[in-house]
Design a protein around this ligand. Structure first.
Ligand SMILES: [Ca+2]
Ligand SMILES: [Ca+2]
Ligand SMILES: [Ca+2]
Length: 385
C-alpha cells in the first residue's frame, strides 16, 4: 500500500506493517478493533479537495511507517486499525503519470487505474503530531500548497559496502540489524547536486555526511549507514531537504526483523517453511509435535532436529568411559548451542553443568568430561536457544 514491489506478494518477506494494519481493519475481530485507533480527515489545495494525495502515518518513537493511504475524490482519507501511540501524519504527492520507461517510485495507476488522474502538483505537507488511544478517532485536515515540487526521488540506491557501486531501482531496499559501514542513497534527474541533506527517519540508524554524485545522467545523494542491532524493524522513509524544499521516499527502506515471524507465533518462519507445506498450519505451530517424538516444534527448532521425523530428536547417542574421562556423544546441528549436565546419583545428587556451552560444528558432537575418570555419572544434554 505504500509502494510497489516486484513480482506481486512476496511470501518470503511476509507482510509489511501497513499491510498488517489493513488486514486488521478488513478482517479484524471487533474486540481487536476496539483496541485500535483511527485517523481521518480531508486534504485540500486552495480550498478544493485533492484526489489521490498520499497520507502516511509514522510512529514517532521508531520512525516506522505503520499505515498509508490515498485520498478519495472528495479529498477524504481514513487510516484505520492503528495501534494506540504517538504518530506523525503527513501528506505527499504521488509521482506524475509518467511512462513506464521513466523512473518513478509510485504513480496513481500503480495503485488503481482510477488514480491515474491523482493530483500530484502540490508540495509535501508539514508533519502533524497525533496521539491515538484505544477506540479513538482523530480528525486531521491538511491544506497543501500548490506547485510542482522542486525535486522528487525516483530511485533508491541499493545498500552495499561498495562505495563505487551505484546499483539502483525504484523498489524498496532492505537492511538487517547489525549491518554497518554500508552506503545507501536516493537518485533522480532532479535532485539537488549540493547543499541538501539526506535523512532516513527513525531509531537505530547512524548516517554519515551526504555525498553528491552524477552517475548515468542521474543525481545521486548517498550517505554511509550503519544499522544498530536493536533498530526497530519496520518501514523507514528517505527525506531529501534543501532549504524549505523537501522530497520523501515513504517507507522505501525496510529494516528487517532479526527473525522473520509473520504469523506472530514466536517461531522462526524459515524453520516452519523448511519443514511444512503451509507454515501457518496447526502442525507447524510451536507447541505441536506432528512427528510424535515428544519434542514440540519449538524444542526441535532450538535443538536443530527435524520436526517431521520421529527419529530426529535430541538424545545422547553414547557415553564411553575412558582413562581420560567420559566421552558423551549426541546428534547435533551445526551452529546450534548445547550444554552438558551431569550428576552422580539420580536421587541424592542434583544436576550441574559440565564445562561451558558448546557450539556444534558437525552432525555429531563429542564432549570429554575429564573429571569423570573411573566414576559413575548420569548425563543430559540441553539445547540452548
Ligand atoms: Ca512463525
Ligand atoms: Ca516433534
Ligand atoms: Ca523430530
Amino acid at each position: 500500500m505504500l509502494f510497489r514491489s516486484p513480482g506481486g506478494v512476496n511470501v518470503q518477506a511476509g507482510l509489511s506493517s501497513d499491510e498488517i494494519a489493513a488486514a486488521r481493519w478488513l478482517y479484524g475481530k471487533p474486540s481487536t478493533l476496539a483496541t485500535n485507533g483511527s485517523v481521518r480527515g480531508n486534504v485540500t489545495m486552495n480550498g478544493s479537495p485533492v484526489f489521490g494525495a498520499a497520507v502516511l502515518a509514522e510512529e514517532t518513537a521508531s520512525g516506522n511507517l505503520v499505515a498509508g493511504t490515498v485520498t478519495r475524490a472528495d479529498g477524504s482519507y481514513d487510516l484505520s486499525a492503528m495501534p494506540p501511540g504517538q504518530y506523525g501524519i503527513r501528506v505527499t504527492p504521488l509521482d506524475p503519470p509518467v511512462a513506464d520507461s521513466t523512473p518513478f517510485l509510485i504513480r496513481g495507476r500503480d495503485i488503481a487505474p482510477a488514480y491515474d488522474s491523482a493530483g500530484t502538483s502540490f508540495l509535501p505537507s508539514a508533519t502533524t503530531a497525533v496521539t491515538l488511544t484505544a477506540g479513538s478517532t482523530v480528525t486531521t485536515d491538511f491544506a497543501v500548497a500548490s506547485g510542482e515540487p522542486a525535486f522528487r526521488i525516483t530511485l533508491i540506491r541499493a545498500p552495499g559496502a561498495n562505495a563505487e557501486s551505484f546499483s539502483r531501482s525504484s523498489f524498496p531496499a532492505s537492511m538487517r540489524p547489525g549491518q554497518s559501514n554500508y552506503f545507501i542513497g536516493v537518485a533522480s534527474a532532479s535532485l539537488p547536486t549540493s547543499g541538501a541533506t539526506l535523512l532516513i527517519i527513525g531509531n537505530g540508524l547512524t548516517l554519515g555526511a551526504p555525498a553528491f554524485t552524477n552517475f548515468a545522467g542521474l543525481n545521486f545523494i548517498s550517505v554511509p549507514i550503519s544499522v544498530a542491532s536493536d533498530a526497530t524493524p519496520g518501514l523507514r522513509s528517505f527525506v531529501v531537504q534543501l532549504g524549505n524544499q523537501v522530497a520523501y521516499a515513504n517507507g522505501f527502506l525496510e529494516i528487517q526483523p532479526p527473525v522473520p515471524d509473520f504469523n506472530f507465533d514466536g517461531l522462526d518462519d524459515r524453520f516452519q517453511r523448511q519443514y511444512f507445506p503451509l507454515f501457518t498450519a496447526p502442525e507447524a505451530g510451536p507447541n505441536a509435535d506432528p512427528d510424535g517424538d515428544d519434542f514440540n516444534n519449538r524444542a526441535e527448532y532450538i535443538s536443530g532436529t527435524v520436526p517431521t521425523n520421529s527419529l530426529s530428536l535430541l538424545k545422547i547417542e553414547s557415553v564411553t568411559l575412558t582413562s581420560g574421562g567420559s566421552i558423551v556423544t549426541w546428534p547435533s546441528a551445526p551452529q546450534k548451542h548445547y550444554q552438558v549436565w551431569s550428576r552422580r546419583d539420580v536421587v541424592n545428587d542434583s544436576w550441574r553443568t559440565v564445562g561451558s556451552p558448546i557450539t556444534a560444528t558437525n552432525s555429531l558432537t563429542q564432549f570429554a568430561d575429564v573429571s569423570a575418570t573411573n566414576s559413575f555419572r548420569f548425563y543430559r544434554i540441553e539445547a540452548l536457544p
